[in-house]
Design a protein around this ligand. Sequence first.
Ligand code: FES
Length: 210
Amino acid sequence: MADAQRHVARFTNDSRIPGWDRAADLTKEPAVVPDAATTEVPAELRAAIEDAVRRFPVGDSAFIPALYAVQEQYGWCSPEGIEQAASVLGRTPAALTAVATFYDMFRMEPLGRKTVYVCTNISCSLCGADELLEALEAELGEAPDVHIRGFECLGACDIAPMASVNGIYVGPIGLDQVPELARQIVAGDDPLPAKQLIKRPCADPKVAEK
Ligand code: FES
């Protein structure tokens, strides 16, 4: 048994779990809840978090909307924003950071506020997602304040190949529509309105056309 344990594969920082690239610093002082009386919180951020708290029976359930509010305020989950949210929620910044770093849609570094997630999972990939991502990256590569990346299944496989543009699901996206979509993203316009999932009476584009 001891031999078997010695041969367990290790990843970075001696972790046995892939993806955990930053080990906990066990020498640090225990985290404390930021003092609500002395932590300055922008009024709109405080209001958004307090509104989220009111919607749930347990305050911890508001972590995700609170983190979204931080991201909205600062463009990313900045340490300052997390500290502020923690003070409103009465929890440690570490508790919020643990949630933020688990989910892919929270940005832990400053990236563009305009997000373009191109699904490259199997259904979209079979319908040309890799070419779509490449074409969008080529069009948007230098655009300011835009963050484009490939993403695992976004749960809209029936409109493959698709992308989430600032949270709006758009698809199927043809390569010939990439220049128009890129222009709309940069300008902050509604992305391909006729291809938005939310505007369809049915996800099947053939049915929606009737
Ligand atoms: S595979 Fe692209 S949304 Fe599911």
